[in-house]
Design a protein. Structure first.
Length: 766
């Protein structure tokens, strides 16, 4: 009966996947609703727990669960990156060959990495394949075919793992994931696959020459596996029966190759060669029995070889008398390498795989889309900024010239209609009270954002400080990744937000200065028309100049100014609402950029004309002290209106900026908080492990005690002296009635004799 080896599975424990993955989706994919992924997250978590439960079943249905979980890990690799500095989920896996001995302890490796989880999953998939192959019915063709298929597949996976394990773990793996171990397991699986093919060929009564070649290849493959398994770093790791079994099979299959080749020799009537090969086969099978011990499973084959050898010798001695050649002089048998490690599949392992997170785009794609949106926003803001800056410059020039108010104030007594229109706009927008409210809210929003950011940075600093202290305390025993390597992306992001806030603070100060400078004018514009009229000084009348050429020219130019402003509003809306893909960025924004440039050039020409006409207009006006004060006031009101519009836009944008920044900072804070919590949990577990290992370490033999503490020689117990011989009593003459052979009767003790006896007793006691 065939005896195959199955690799034990690595063991793990349940982890919380839902919370960290949901938090990452919420903090990273700003457009995604985390609630939409609750079902997918629950299914993913259930799939991992089901994988743990089903791993003990040596059945293809259990293998399908493992394949599905591995495929899901592969699918989220670029969407939900589980790593120490991204989504922090710590996976703990035990060495598959861990015997949990008293001295070696448990070999467990915990890494926050999906790559490490994938490595362990592939190991278990290959190991479960070996277990499914082992439990097949090897007395029929289907069982042997299935075994050969799964052994070759397992060999391919172990070989693939050998090439990637070190890069995926980024630290020293457990012994079962050592590249030498994986290489040995891959070699062993190929040998067992070849053995399954050999047994099928033997059962199918294939030609002896081919069976001999298949068996010879089996022997070579087991020889390779034997050498790899007996490396000094590995041989103590395997279960005790593995190496004897492999060593025994190496000799046994060489023996079976010689046996089947002897059948070929018998068919060609080469009886001497037949006997020589049978002798070699018997010798090898005996060696296999000796090496394999209780694992030897070729007793039937050994009996057949011995019977055939006995019969062949008998026939040759009595009939053929063929010379038996030396086995070394015979031609080699040859090999048939049929079993090979299956190539690792580049597609999904499961035939029924569906991506639970299909709606999420890969992070590189999302980052590219975000970069595109940022570039789009940058160009849009730059062009809108150019347009607004030109408009502000135009407004300031017109305000300095008191236009168009000066054209409407020819009477010198009434409030110009343009001033009344501007005042109404200011009042409709909330007036000075609205600006004051925005100005008061801005510092509160800034303070809130700074507090969130400062707390986030403090958490990172405290975590790094704690890690450095423990690393200094425990030295090389503190084996986890240093904090500064993990926190760099989060620190860079924090510094980016700090720079953004610093820039915003500087901008807020500029806004505050502008507000204080133009607050009186804005206050006047916020009043009723009667109050505005009272606030304006009276001026000289220029009623006769209404139809002058310079006045008419200036009025036409003011209409052009309003046209330019209206066109810029349209251009700004087009810049904001432009929709296009990444390839059309320059093609879409190019014409809009040209329109902004043309509008600015048109403004420059118009402002030059306005200044020339305004000079002529000013010369025609009658100058007086009151007229100068009125004109100055009108200029201030015009500048105040322009500043009101600018401040309103700036403050509203600033409020929106701070409100939009708050959720981003909260996401960063949550990410940092989750990271610090995970590191704290990891720290506590590592501390417990270190404490246990320190407690288990032997302290060494005690020092030799000084001489004065050495125990003195104990006084010997008193030994009683030897008992003295009994006193000699002189014998008296025999009486007449005693026979010659009789003993004389002891005389009666006298008083002296009693005293002597008492003395003897006392001496004995002492």
């Amino acid at each position: 009966m065939a005896t195959f080896l199955a690799v034990p599975l690595k063991q793990t424990q349940e982890v919380d996947l839902i919370k960290p993955l949901r938090s990452f989706i919420q903090n990273t994919f700003s457009q995604a609703d985390p609630d939409e992924y609750n079902q997918a997250l629950n299914e993913f978590s259930k799939l991992r727990n089901l994988m743990i439960a089903k791993s003990v079943d040596k059945h293809e249905s259990a293998l399908e669960i493992l394949n599905r979980y591995y495929d899901q890990l592969l699918a989220i690799e670029n969407k939900l990156p589980i790593a120490e500095n991204q989504i922090r989920v710590t996976f703990k896996w035990r060495d598959a060959f861990d015997k949990e001995s008293l001295f070696s302890g448990k070999r467990i490796l915990a890494i926050s990495s999906a790559a490490y989880e994938k490595v362990c999953m592939l190991f278990n998939i290959a190991s479960l394949q070996s277990q499914i192959a082992e439990v097949q019915n090897h007395d029929n063709d289907e069982g042997l075919k299935t075994s050969a298929k799964y052994f070759q597949s397992a060999a391919g996976i172990y070989g693939h793992l050998k090439d990637i394990v070190l890069s995926h773990c980024n630290q020293e793996p457990t012994p079962d994931l050592n590249p030498d171990t994986l290489n040995a397991l891959s070699s062993l699986m190929v040998a067992q696959a070849q053995e399954a093919i050999y047994r099928k060929a033997a059962q199918d009564r294939m030609k002896e020459a081919m069976v001999a070649k298949i068996a010879m290849q089996c022997s070579d493959l087991y020889s390779d596996a034997m050498k790899l398994m007996q490396l000094s770093s590995l041989k103590e790791m395997w279960p005790k029966e593995w190496i004897p079994l492999v060593v025994g099979k190496q000799a046994a299959f060489h023996g079976m190759a010689e046996y089947y080749q002897s059948c070929v020799a018998a068919g060609t009537k080469s009886y001497g060669e037949q006997i020589s090969r049978l002798q070699k086969a018997n010798e090898l099978l005996s060696a296999a029995q000796s090496r394999g011990g209780v694992t030897f499973s070729f007793k039937n084959e050994q009996g057949r070889v011995q019977r055939d050898l006995q019969a062949a010798k008998k026939d040759n001695d009595f009939i053929y008398h063929d010379k038996v050649p030396d086995i070394k002089s015979l031609p080699s048998i040859g090999k048939a390498a049929i079993a090979k490690a299956s190539p690792f599949p580049q597609t999904h392992l499961s035939e029924k795989f569906t991506d639970l997170f299909e709606k999420l785009v890969p992070l590189p794609v999302y980052e590219a889309m975000t970069a595109f949106e940022n570039r789009k926003t940058q160009i849009m803001n730059a062009e809108i900024g150019r347009s607004r800056e030109a408009t502000q410059l135009m407004n300031s020039v017109l305000a300095s010239l008191n236009l168009p108010a000066a054209l409407e104030d020819l009477s010198g007594s009434k409030v110009p209609q343009s001033v009344l229109d501007k005042a109404k706009q200011v009042q409709d927008m909330g007036g000075l009270q609205y600006i004051d409210r925005l100005m008061n809210e801005l510092p509160e929003l800034l303070t809130r954002n700074r507090e969130i950011l400062d707390e986030s940075i403090n958490m990172l600093d405290e975590e790094e400080k704690s890690d450095n202290q423990l690393r200094e305390q425990f030295k090389e025993k503190w084996s986890r990744t240093p904090s500064d390597k993990l926190t760099k992306p989060m620190k860079d992001e924090s510094m980016k937000y700090r720079q953004i806030l610093d820039t915003a603070i500087h901008a807020d100060k500029v806004v505050q200065e502008k507000y204080m400078k133009h607050k009186p004018a804005i206050d006047i514009l916020s009043k009723s028309p009667g109050d505005i009229e009272k606030s304006l000084p009276s001026g000289s009348s220029m009623s006769g100049s209404q139809n002058s050429g310079c006045v008419q020219d200036l009025k036409k130019m003011m209409e052009e100014v309003e046209t330019i402003k209206a066109e810029r509003e349209v251009m700004e809306n087009e810049l904001k609402q432009a929709q296009f893909d990444m390839k059309e960025l320059d093609r879409t924004y190019g014409p809009l950029r040209e329109q902004v440039t043309a509008s600015i050039q048109r403004q420059e020409t118009l402002m030059a004309r306005v200044q020339n006409s305004n000079t002529e207009f000013c010369q025609a006006k009658a100058s007086s002290q009151s007229g100068a004060q009125r004109e100055t006031m009108l200029k201030d009101l015009a500048a105040g209106f322009d500043m009101y519009m600018e401040l309103k836009g700036n403050l509203e944008e600033g409020t929106k900026f701070y409100n939009d920044l708050t959720p981003l900072l909260l996401r960063l804070q949550n990410k940092i908080s989750d990271f610090c919590f995970a590191r704290k949990t990891e720290k506590e577990e590592l501390m417990n492990d270190l404490q246990k290992s320190i407690a288990k370490q032997p302290t060494g033999p005690p020092p030799a005690a000084p001489s004065y503490q050495q125990p003195q020689d104990k006084p010997q117990a008193k030994v009683p002296p030897a008992r003295p011989p009994p006193p000699t009593i002189p014998s008296s003459a025999p009486s007449s009635n005693q026979g010659a052979g009789s003993q004389p009767a002891p005389p009666p003790y006298g008083k002296t004799d009693i005293y002597a006896c008492m003395v003897l007793v006392c001496v004995y006691i002492l």
